[in-house]
Design a protein around this ligand. Structure first.
Ligand code: G1P
Length: 298
């Protein structure tokens, strides 16, 4: 069967950001800056680098700032264009507005879990494979994580999930995959035959956690529609993927790069420092600043 291209990506952005309060009292957590841009912009860039043409934001109440960010900002651009020396920043601002018609915004009206959020994009995705990128996770590397997954997808088709090793004492915080019998769990592309959401350590089938990047076939939607609540009493994407595995192939990509979980304030700090240090232009200066701070507070 021909492998259908992945053109659309779903970004679930309806979550409250309670772990980052009060910073997120009046701005969406996805708009928190990670070094030089909002976290969500890093994720959108990752999707675009992988060839995604249309982004579906699954939003909720008080998330309007995200829509504005990816729109053009006429007054701002006009004002910058009239000021000398602002050409570079004007270009950067312009680059954040996504082409007309390449975004959709739909709402998840109640917080029923990740599986439910993805289901909210069903009509916009239609009958084609699609990507899901969780904006709580940023992945830094030479080549974007989703692009690496696309490379594998174009070879094997089916469903692909990014995974990364995690210490066994933290497996209960993630979805965890089980490599298929005979699969080489150290290779970059691993066939899998089971997955489980937030297992207790003694029941985890491996130390390979699901990292928040997925390429899925549209048959997932019918399963999400009938999916009962799972871990945390939420409709879990992992549970529907586990059911889809009875009919379709699932592979895991062990991506090259580092993932930053932006779930709480210390993790934001880590991500910001990581992105600043990795920045070609500003990395050396960032190191100087951080070393200076370490000296001051040691
Ligand atoms: C979600 C997924 C989980 C995955 C994690 C990655 O969990 O359900 O499988 O491992 O993202 O960050 P959450 O962090 O939303 O509880």
């Amino acid at each position: 069967m021909a492998i259908k291209p992945v053109r659309k990506a779903v970004l679930p952005v309806a979550g409250f950001g309670t772990r980052v309060l009060p910073a997120t009292k009046s701005i969406p957590k996805e708009m928190m800056p990670v070094f030089d841009r909002p976290a969500i912009d890093h994720v959108v860039r990752e999707a675009l680098e992988a060839g995604i043409e249309h982004i579906v934001f699954v939003t909720g109440r008080n998330k309007g700032a995200i829509e504005d960010y990816f729109d053009s900002a006429y007054e701002l651009e006009d004002s910058l264009s009239k000021r000398a020396g602002k050409e570079a920043i004007l270009e950067e601002v312009r680059a954040t507005s996504l082409p007309a018609g390449s975004t959709s915004f739909t709402r998840q009206q109640s917080a029923k879990g990740l599986g439910h959020a993805v289901l909210c994009a069903k009509d916009i995705i239609g009958d084609e494979p699609f990507a899901v990128l969780l904006p709580d996770v940023l992945v830094q590397g030479e080549e974007s994580c989703l692009k690496q997954m696309m490379g594998h997808y174009n070879e094997v088709g089916g469903n692909i999930i990014a995974v990364d090793e995690v210490p066994m004492e933290r497996v209960h915080k993630y979805g965890v995959i089980k490599p298929a019998a005979g699969a080489d769990a150290s290779s970059q592309l691993i066939k899998m035959d089971a997955m489980v959401e937030k297992p207790p350590r003694e029941e985890a089938p491996s130390n390979l956690k699901i990292t928040g990047r997925y390429i899925l076939q549209p048959e997932i939607f019918a399963l999400l529609e009938t999916q009962g609540a799972g871990a945390g009493n939420e409709i879990q994407l992992t549970d529907s993927m586990e059911r889809l595995m009875a009919e379709q192939d699932f592979y895991a990509t062990r991506f090259q790069g580092h993932d930053f979980d932006c779930g709480d304030k210390m993790l934001y700090l880590q991500a910001t420092a990581g992105y600043a240090l990795a920045d070609k232009e500003n990395g050396a200066k960032a190191r100087e600043i951080l070393e200076e701070l370490l000296k001051r507070y040691s």
